[in-house]
Design a protein around this ligand. Structure first.
Ligand code: HAM
Length: 421
């Protein structure tokens, strides 16, 4: 029989690596709290139609990358991103009627059937946030600045911020036709993928890495040049705020993003390509002022972002943090096991991280284990200690050992852990 394996592109996170996840996730939660965001959790499975309507039928993710299935008659999908579910929850719970501004953050697994590579997986984790109810560019700038600060805190070197504007609901179709007018005469020279996109989703051609497409869009009209005055003012004000905050950024006139819901501000943050390869986009986000209404809610402007947790870990690789074990209890013989159980419970109640060896192994094997896990103390109890109501306390850092009355063990250990004699 073949050994069972995880699904391709879906990874186990073993404890050594888990420390890195915790570091990135806890720093994110801290940042979010500082900026007055509140955490939400939405289901991993949503109606397929939610993503089709939110992200657009012709996008790569909806067209090719969703894990969709029928449960009885219901078409369901493992969420490929978090925004659609957050918007659904926002509408479903009438949140907009209860508060004028909503700041939410989330963290969880997302699923896309992409070709796996370094930094690109089929199950991956996103840390994201959405602001509902603010239309102005100050909140766009605040979000970008927050991200830059977060990346500095994580120790991500060389993060570069790119911003662009797509224009609002009217500007987009206008730009789209200007682009198609430019590309149509060059259609034969486009890559086969982009020939298909020309009718379905021409903006994506701007994003293509294929040299034929890059050549064809070289002189294409630029979105920023065609923005109506309102949208241009929004973008100009965003830039002023970023300048005022001292947040470094670059304007990227060809930046487009994969989903149809975006309007106006778009941004991405990239890390060092040398480390990240093709998956060098750490964060993607933007405004989606029409989505809440499109999905059946009110006219509520919104903006958000998501960061790939695995990519943040690769980009910021910090030294491996080890999890300290204060006490390792080594019972010798059956009578000592019950004695050790109570001792372990007392130590944990006092806050000492304690591992109890229940293997009934030799003293040598147990001490080897204590040393492997880097325990500070090994507490040894055999028949003599149980009958004398004592414990042998071996300080593995100081290489000393003493016989301590059972009633003093917890206090003595805590004192020594705090640096006492
Ligand atoms: P996205 O650009 O599709 O945007 O994804 C955001 C981030 O998720 C990417 O920059 C990347 O770090 C990570 N990511 C995406 N796909 C993968 C993958 N296959 N493997 C590993 N990491 C990946 C969104 O998802 C939008 N919901 C962002 C947003 C929120 N816009 C407004 N609000």
């Amino acid at each position: 029989m073949n050994p069972l394996r995880a699904v391709k592109g879906m990874n186990d996170v073993l404890p050594d690596e888990m420390a890195q996840f915790r570091r990135v996730e806890e720093a994110f939660a801290r940042t979010m709290r500082l900026y007055a965001f509140r955490e939400v959790r939405t289901p991993i499975v949503e109606p397929t139609n939610l993503f089709v309507r939110a992200m657009g039928e012709t996008t790569d993710v909806v067209g090719k990358e969703m894990y969709s299935f029928l449960h009885h008659e219901d078409p369901l999908t493992l969420r490929p991103e978090g925004t659609a579910g957050a918007v659904r929850a926002y509408i479903e719970h009438g949140v907009g009627q209860k508060e004028p501004v909503t700041r939410w953050w989330y963290l969880g697994p997302m699923f896309r059937a992409e070709r796996p590579a370094r930094g690109r997986y089929r199950q991956f984790w996103q840390a994201g946030a959405e602001i509902f109810g603010e239309a102005g560019p100050a909140c766009d700038a605040e979000m970008i600045d927050l991200l830059v600060r977060y990346l500095v805190e994580l120790g991500v070197p060389d993060a570069r911020v790119y911003v662009n504007s797509l224009g609002g609901a009217e500007a987009r179709p206008r730009y789209r036709s200007a682009l198609v007018d430019h590309l149509r005469p060059r259609a034969a020279a486009l890559s086969p993928d982009s020939q298909r996109r020309l009718d379905a989703n021409p903006l994506r051609i701007l994003d293509s890495k294929d040299p034929r497409d890059i050549e064809a869009v070289k002189d294409a009209p630029v979105m920023l040049d065609l923005l109506p005055p309102d949208d241009a003012a929004h973008f100009a004000e965003l830039r002023q705020h970023l300048d005022g905050l001292g947040t470094p950024y670059e304007v990227a006139p060809r930046l487009v993003r994969g989903f149809d819901y975006y309007t106006r501000t778009l941004f991405e943050i990239k890390g060092a390509t040398a480390k990240l390869g093709a998956g060098d986009t750490l964060v993607g986000g933007g405004r989606y002022d029409g989505l809440v209404e499109e999905l059946g809610g009110g006219k509520v402007p919104a903006i958000g972002f998501s960061a790939g947790v695995e990519r943040l870990i690769i980009a910021s690789e910090a030294p491996q943090a080890t999890q300290a074990v204060d006490a390792f209890i080594a019972p010798l013989g059956d009578a000592a096991l019950g004695y050790a159980l109570v001792l372990a419970r007392d130590l944990r109640a006092a806050g000492a991280v304690t591992e109890l060896d229940g293997r009934k192994a030799s003293l040598k094997a147990q001490l080897r284990r204590a040393s492997t896990i880097g325990a500070r103390f090994a507490l040894i109890a055999g028949d003599t200690e149980v009958s004398g109501n004592t414990v042998q306390v071996k300080d593995l850092a100081a290489h000393s050992q003493e016989n301590v009355p059972r009633s003093d063990v917890v206090a003595r250990l805590l004192a020594r852990l705090e640096g006492g004699p």
